[in-house]
Design a protein around this ligand. Structure first.
Ligand code: PMP
Length: 426
């Protein structure tokens, strides 16, 4: 066999078994070349919120392709880019009035960080040029993003010497529904980090409520509110990375809404286009935007990815927003949430299983955290035999299904997750 030409992500190519070959998809299902159908429990890294082959999204893409596939946004504009900017300003938390496009979640975060640093410099505080991130954070794989991912548990420690040094506060530990008193210790830890290093901080960045790739660590809206207050107190911008949490994943359209908080900068990707094309939006408040208005040409925001505002991506994002609203996705997410609670979080046999450390559910997200990653060895093959595509990582077996997943399909996913613990006990 010649060596493979296709290099897969996060995979040791030396030992990689042939990957299942996908030839199509419909709703929450993937169709494989060998005739197998697999129910996708993770909707392709959490982005295919409408599932596969959605007729309205496909039609929007086809119509746009007939008109204009791409044009640079440098010096030119077009309807899809303008209409999506208006729509995003309408649906996101009050005060986020300006939209800067880019092509992926990582680049959207790079844009946010660069914006924060330049904001501080143009407000006369050039010494505030570092980021404060949280342990267990994941913000992407580009260099700037790697530098704000958890430096210990994350996968980027090899690059420590190459990356700029940023600051980290402890990951919050209080659960989503904790009363304010139970969140005080997390808030105090954040405060003491800010007290130590605020003089050099441009921004605090966080995945609000749900640290996704860092092990689906969930926290309380009180923590998010306190982060807002602390940022105001210490003159530090607050950046929300809603790449994973945006568009319904936590049960509201944006995680920020649980806390009633507007960040200074917010990043969206993944569900933005319903997963049908790679794109991202970095939104800023007027307060941030106005720091870039000047008679000095070099006070402009010097950034411009080739594919920013791509018409196909903007058009499909507009259609995705329309479907989300017209088909009342938030109620679909509520239904999935009730099932995940009942069938996983409240399941007696799972709760008694000594291999399981915690079961957490928020919106259309559920995770079973085990004490030892070895307890999950073999679960993917087991689920596949039951027609379900799961992709656990580390000590976390999770589902983040498409919102079009029916109750029967959701039940099939939770049964595969539960079934594994019954099967592997034998
Ligand atoms: N931020 C968060 C919270 C993410 O979950 C991800 C991707 N998993 C990213 C940023 C990076 O997005 P992308 O893979 O599109 O670069």
């Amino acid at each position: 066999m010649p060596p493979p030409t296709l290099w897969h992500p996060y995979a040791q190519m030396k030992a990689l078994p042939p990957a299942p070959k996908v030839v199509g998809g419909k709703g929450a299902w993937l169709q494989l070349e060998n005739g197998e159908s697999l129910l996708d429990a993770t909707c392709s890294w959490w982005c295919m919120i409408h599932g596969y082959g959605h007729p309205r999204l496909i039609e929007a893409l086809k119509r746009q392709a007939d008109t204009l596939c791409h044009v640079m946004l440098g010096g030119l504009t077009h309807d899809p880019a303008q209409q999506l900017a208006d729509a995003l300003v309408r649906v996101t938390p009050e005060g986020l009035n300006h939209v800067f496009y880019s092509d992926s979640g990582s680049v959207g975060m790079e844009v946010a960080m660069k914006m924060a640093v330049q904001y501080q410099a143009q407000r006369g505080r050039p010494e505030k040029h570092r980021m404060l991130s949280l342990m267990r954070a994941y913000h992407g794989d580009t260099s700037g993003c790697m530098a704000v991912c958890d430096p210990e548990e994350g996968m980027h420690s090899l690059f420590a010497g190459f990356l700029p040094k940023q600051h980290f506060a402890p990951a919050p530990t209080a659960p989503f529904d904790a009363p304010r008193e139970a969140v005080e210790a997390d808030i105090a830890a954040l405060r003491s980090t800010l007290e130590r290093c605020h003089h050099e901080l441009a921004a605090l960045l966080m995945e609000p409520l749900l640290q996704a790739a860092g092990g689906l660590n969930m926290t309380s809206p009180h923590y998010v509110q306190a982060a807002r207050e602390l940022c105001n107190e210490f003159n530090v911008l607050l950046i929300f990375d809603e790449v994973a949490t945006g568009f319904g994943r936590t049960g509201k359209r944006f995680a920020a809404e649980h806390a009633g908080v507007t960040p200074d900068i917010m990043v969206l990707s993944k569900g933005l286009t319903g997963g049908y094309l790679g794109h991202a939006a970095t939104l800023a408040t007027s307060h941030v935007y106005e720091a870039f208005l000047s008679d000095e040409p070099d006070h402009a925001f010097m950034h411009g990815p080739t594919f920013m505002g791509n018409p196909l991506a903007c058009r499909v994002a507009l259609e995705s927003l329309a479907v989300f609203e017209e088909e009342n996705y938030l109620s679909k997410i509520d239904t999935l949430n009730a099932m995940l609670r009942q069938e996983l979080a409240e399941d007696a046999s799972l709760r008694q299983d000594s291999r399981i450390e915690d079961i957490r559910v928020l919106g259309a997200t559920a995770v079973i955290e085990v004490t030892d990653a070895q307890s999950l060895e073999g679960v993917q093959a087991f689920a596949r035999e039951h027609g379900v595509w799961l992709r656990p990582f580390g000590r976390w077996l999770y589902t983040m299904p498409a919102y079009v997943t029916t109750p029967e399909e959701m039940h099939r996913i939770t049964s595969a997750m539960k079934g594994w613990f019954a099967f592997s006990k034998l």
